[in-house]
Design a protein around this ligand. Structure first.
Ligand code: MF3
Ligand code: CO
Ligand code: CO
Length: 263
């Protein structure tokens, strides 16, 4: 495992990439309402990334992925493919995952949940999943091991009766979309994979939490990952920088209350 340590200059470029990814989610939020299709959500994000930000959407053509963003509704865990025929309806929950690659080659990766209209079960799942993300981010600082963050996520999910997806993970990020280390969100680390965080590392935390069983399968389109038991699934993701004293959330949005980082 070779975990890159970013230089001051690279960190500035990561900050810009992170801000850009956050700005896409801020831009699209008012558009995500019942009746819009996931294809239209994707089109608006794609246009904004290219025309307003001067960057590229990293998912497009990534290992053959056909669209600019991932839109994962209800029992879709991740990597849902945007589709003009798939309209959001009242009670749906959707994860929208945005990765931008800036003109100088750095990636910012973030995703969030949208609860369309009302869904009591979906709203609770989305909230607990965001808490899993925030509780683990709050622990990030040099010297902490990945497994400590993972245990925090797993504990909070399971305390609330949910399960943690094992088949997809967080990752280092920089000029590469997916760099070392792999970040498992559950306590399943081989000793050699249980990296210790150090100042200058950038990585994502992106827990996928299911109402039912943790197992997933990929549909015949080769991308869409769903829960095997068809139970609801939620995910939130941020790109992080490990600082000397803690963490900087590179993809923080204006709507977020980051006070969990204090104290
Ligand atoms: N953005 C996803 C992640 O968090 C990866 C999407 S890969 C794609 O790592 F090909 F599906 F777009
Ligand atoms: Co990611
Ligand atoms: Co992502």
């Amino acid at each position: 495992m070779n975990i890159p340590i970013k230089t001051a200059d690279e960190i500035e470029k990561m900050r810009e990439a992170g801000r850009q990814a956050a700005s896409v989610l801020e831009m699209i939020t008012p558009h995500v309402v019942a009746g819009i299709s996931t294809g239209e959500v994707d089109r608006l994000c794609h246009e904004y990334i290219v025309d307003e930000l001067g960057s590229t959407p990293a998912p497009l053509n990534y290992h053959g992925f056909p669209k600019a963003t991932c839109t994962s509704i209800n029992h879709v865990v991740c990597h849902g493919i945007p589709d003009f025929a798939k309209k959001l309806k009242n009670g749906d929950i959707m994860n929208l995952d945005i990765t931008v690659k800036t003109a100088d080659g750095y990636h910012g990766d973030s995703s969030m949940m949208f609860v369309v209209g009302d869904s009591i079960q979906g709203g609770r799942l989305a909230r607990i999943t965001q808490e899993c993300l925030y509780k683990s981010i709050a622990q990030v600082r040099p010297g902490v091991r990945l497994s400590e963050l993972a245990r925090t996520i797993q504990q909070h999910a399971e305390d609330n009766g949910y399960s943690v997806v094992r088949d997809f993970c967080g990752h280092g990020i920089g000029t590469g979309f997916h760099e070392d280390p792999q970040f498992l969100h559950y306590d399943g680390y081989e000793p050699s994979a249980d990296a210790e965080l150090a100042e200058g590392m950038c990585f994502t935390i992106e827990p996928m939490i299911n109402v039912g069983d943790y197992r997933t399968k990929v549909l015949r389109d080769g991308w869409t990952a769903v829960t095997k038991d068809k139970s609801l699934s939620a995910q939130w993701e941020h790109t992080l920088l490990v600082t000397a004293t803690g963490v900087e959330v590179l993809t923080a949005r204006g709507d977020e209350d980051m006070s969990f980082l204090e104290g």
